[in-house]
Ligand binder design. Structure first.
Ligand code: GLP
Length: 241
């Protein structure tokens, strides 16, 4: 595990964007695993700036997103499909048909998980997986569990996660209770993993995940075993280690 200590959110975002941009330059048709949440927004903003300057070309890049809320249509403003378009895809020259996100409104949940697993397999290895971390140490929506789940699955969100994501919805009852998420093994199969963490409210999660025991109760902890894992965290997120 490599730790890059950043001064603050902006610095963290630039450091993570530098790693991703190197990946895109070295392998223009790479597969990027992408994340949502407020943590990676600054990283996407920086990548957009470099694209606008002509330094980055996403025309051949393929992407897979970690997760999506069950029940939200891709046009819903809180869907992760909408998030990715508004924060990243609409601002770069990526081919929309090269982007992949679970479908929140699929009628058959099992079939949707299988479809997404098939998509992951057809893309081959993820060259770089970008992650954030939930307050309970989850990655994607891999909530605390008794075992690490391998492939894409439907998950019931915990109270902690529902509360953390409440800020994006008008009312607590609007926060979806279920999500589709890539499994921990899918994430571990990526060649390189970069996790961004910022702010004091992530300090406990960072401590538990990367300086505590490896346990499915804190799904990010398995990244301690990844051969090419980089934590890019600011001083506040690292304040308890
Ligand atoms: C959600 C997402 C995660 C993300 C987490 C933290 O649970 N499924 O991928 O890492 O939120 O989000 P934030 O960066 O907004 O704290």
């Amino acid at each position: 595990m490599k730790i890059i200590r950043a001064k603050n959110y902006d610095h963290m975002s630039r450091q993570a964007a530098n790693i991703i941009s190197a990946q895109v330059i070295l392998k223009p048709d790479c597969v990027l695993g992408l994340a949502t949440g407020s943590s990676p927004i600054g990283t996407y903003e920086q990548l957009i700036k470099w694209y606008e300057k002509g330094d980055l070309d996403f025309s051949q890049v393929r992407t897979v997103n970690l997760d999506e809320y069950v029940g939200l249509d891709r046009e819903h403003e809180q869907s992760y499909a909408w998030f990715m378009r508004s924060h990243f895809f609409d601002h770069i020259n990526i081919d929309p048909s090269n982007t992949n996100i679970p479908c929140g409104t699929a009628l058959d949940g099992n079939a949707e998980c299988k479809r997404y697993d098939d998509t992951l397999r057809s893309l081959g290895e993820i060259d770089l997986q970008l992650l954030g971390i939930g307050p309970n140490g989850h990655i994607g929506f891999n909530e605390p569990d008794s075992c690490f789940t391998k492939g894409t699955h439907k998950v019931a969100l915990t109270e902690t996660t529902i509360r953390a994501n409440r800020r994006f919805f008008q009312r607590e009852e609007d926060v979806p209770r279920f999500a589709y998420t890539m499994g921990v093994c899918d994430i571990m199969n990526a060649s390189r993993v970069v996790l961004v963490a910022s702010g004091a409210d992530k300090a406990d999660a960072v401590k538990a995940a990367f300086f505590g025991p490896i346990t499915p109760l804190v799904s990010a902890s398995i990244l301690q075993l990844h051969p090419n894992f980089t934590l890019v965290a600011d001083e506040a997120a690292l304040s308890k280690v």
